[in-house]
Write a protein that binds this ligand. Structure first.
Ligand SMILES: *[C@@H]1O[C@H](CO)[C@@H](O)[C@H](O)[C@H]1NC(C)=O
Ligand SMILES: *[C@@H]1O[C@H](CO)[C@@H](O)[C@H](O)[C@H]1NC(C)=O
Ligand SMILES: *[C@@H]1O[C@H](CO)[C@@H](O)[C@H](O)[C@H]1NC(C)=O
Ligand SMILES: *[C@@H]1O[C@H](CO)[C@@H](O)[C@H](O)[C@H]1NC(C)=O
Ligand SMILES: *[C@@H]1O[C@H](CO)[C@@H](O)[C@H](O)[C@H]1NC(C)=O
Length: 420
């Protein structure tokens, strides 16, 4: 019973951090113990503090999209042991990494120097750029719209992120580095938006040396996550309820959300099993790859906020079985000049693409990944991760992610970039 109350509280906190107080959710002694108790030393650091702590160079860059969103990118120009002229003089290949749903640039690094793909790449000699989609902690800005006041700010899905955010970020990186092409690595939503971009603005394929898709999301009909499947049956109702409640933004980061999640997920917390069960329920159970001490680091910056429409677009994909643009219902004709939304033309995605997917991923079903792979015109390879229980988030933080995934990705990128 108490866990149901907790989960409901979490939902309320997710859209209105003012509606509740931490003491409404947890007993006094639990709150006190969490505040005074021991924490992982990385808990609460943001990406800049985190990378400084681990000795990596970090830069922030702002870029404005054609439609006025101001996005922050983070750059790790070189690895830990390169200094001075050596670090910048040679023309390094660039890798642009795009996070998944509810995540941010932080999720590419927070597992630390050994396990994080972005840090492995920086140490392997790449110029690493981390994107942040509109609406998340780092990109909650616009030249005229105010995200707290103007609901139009939240009128976007992965389609919009692919159409506007990625071109702005990719062009910025190419201009800043003087390179003609870059490598793209996406996780989950970071793959959907890439596929949207590459089909809607196919000229961008020319700017990609290699696209690496971790837990790729395009076709979604066969996903096995029960809650998401249930919601997908009520996609239209979901939109109406969100509109009626005036909820346009879901799970933005807030101090209260971080404190609630810290109490739930911190190692040593009496609730940690519930936290882990919740994560496993959403993504697929994998206890052998779970690092309990890392959980509170994971939740210090994540969830980082999305629009309600982002979720709605995904629910539409599950329901329709198509990989297609956002369904505006009666307004489709006005927007697309046809009654149903157009499908993304997969044959236009001509960038070389490598897919990494997993057997126990409840969101990216093997069948759907392979269905998509069979249509990609320039598939480099598909790699089904060996470890049976590997799940959707293991791509970011599994204890063995380096040997199971990252080493292979770095080798593949080296190969395509002629790095020895
Ligand atoms: C790079 O520096 C770190 C920290 O100083 C050190 O532990 C590591 O061995 C070094 N790596 C290389 C490849 O020199
Ligand atoms: C391209 O880069 C140059 C120098 O790095 C900079 O001065 C210029 O403003 C950049 N242009 C764009 C469109 O970002
Ligand atoms: C995928 O889902 C569709 C629709 O529910 C179903 O017809 C099909 O049999 C499923 N395929 C597999 C391999 O599960
Ligand atoms: C969704 O709807 C279909 C068809 O009505 C039904 O067979 C299925 O059980 C529903 N799924 C869930 C999770 O409610
Ligand atoms: C998709 O793109 C291919 C290649 O340009 C083209 O031949 C085909 O007609 C397009 N399909 C649709 C449905 O537009």
């Amino acid at each position: 019973m108490y866990s149901i109350r907790l989960i409901l509280s979490l939902l309320v906190v997710s859209w209105s951090s003012h509606a509740l107080n931490i003491h409404d959710i947890f007993p006094e002694d639990v709150v006190r113990e969490a505040r005074l108790g021991e924490h992982n030393e990385d808990f609460g650091l943001n990406i800049i503090q985190f990378l400084e702590k681990y000795g990596y160079p970090i830069e922030s860059h702002e870029v404005t999209t054609e439609d006025g969103y101001i996005l922050t990118m983070h750059r790790i120009p070189h690895g830990r042991n390169e200094t001075g002229i050596l670090a910048t003089s040679t023309k390094k290949p660039a890798v642009f990494l795009m996070h998944g749903l509810l995540c941010s640039s932080m999720d590419w690094v927070n597992a630390g120097p050994t396990r994080s793909l972005a840090l492995n790449l920086a140490d392997a000699g790449y110029d690493v750029w981390l994107g942040n989609n509109r609406g998340n902690t780092w990109s909650r800005k616009h030249v005229v719209l105010d995200p707290d006041v103007d609901k139009e700010f939240w009128d976007y899905s992965f389609d919009t992120c692919g159409y506007y955010d990625l071109p702005a970020e990719i062009d910025y990186v190419l201009n800043a580095t003087g390179l003609e092409k870059l490598n793209y690595v996406g996780h989950s939503q970071g793959t959907s938006e890439f596929f949207a971009l590459a089909s809607l603005r196919p000229e961008y394929n020319e700017k990609i040396t290699l696209m690496v898709a971790l837990a790729p999301i395009a076709y979604m009909q066969n996903l096995t996550q029960p809650l998401v499947l249930f919601l997908a049956n009520y996609t239209t109702l979901f939109d109406i309820v969100m509109e009626q409640l005036g909820i346009h933004e879901i799970f933005p980061s807030s101090p209260l959300l971080v404190e609630v999640l810290d109490i739930l997920c911190r190692e040593g917390s009496e609730y940690q099993d519930l936290c882990i069960d919740l994560i496993f329920f959403l993504t697929g159970p994998d206890m052998p790859q779970m690092d309990r001490s890392f959980m509170e680091v994971a939740i210090s910056n994540t969830p980082a906020g999305i629009s309600a429409r982002m979720l709605s677009h995904y629910l539409q994909e599950i329901q329709s079985g198509y990989f297609r643009r956002y369904d505006y219902g009666l307004k489709n004709f006005e927007i697309y000049k046809q009654l149903s939304p157009p499908s993304y033309n997969v044959s236009l995605i001509t960038s070389p693409v490598a897919l990494y997917y997993a057997r126990n991923d409840r969101l990216a079903a093997i069948y759907n990944v392979e269905q998509f792979a069979s249509e990609l015109p320039n598939l480099v390879m598909k790699n089904l991760i060996e470890f049976e229980l590997f799940n959707h988030l293991d791509f970011l933080w599994a204890t063995d992610v380096k040997t199971l995934v990252n080493d292979d990705v770095v080798a593949l990128l080296n190969n395509h970039n002629h790095v020895s």
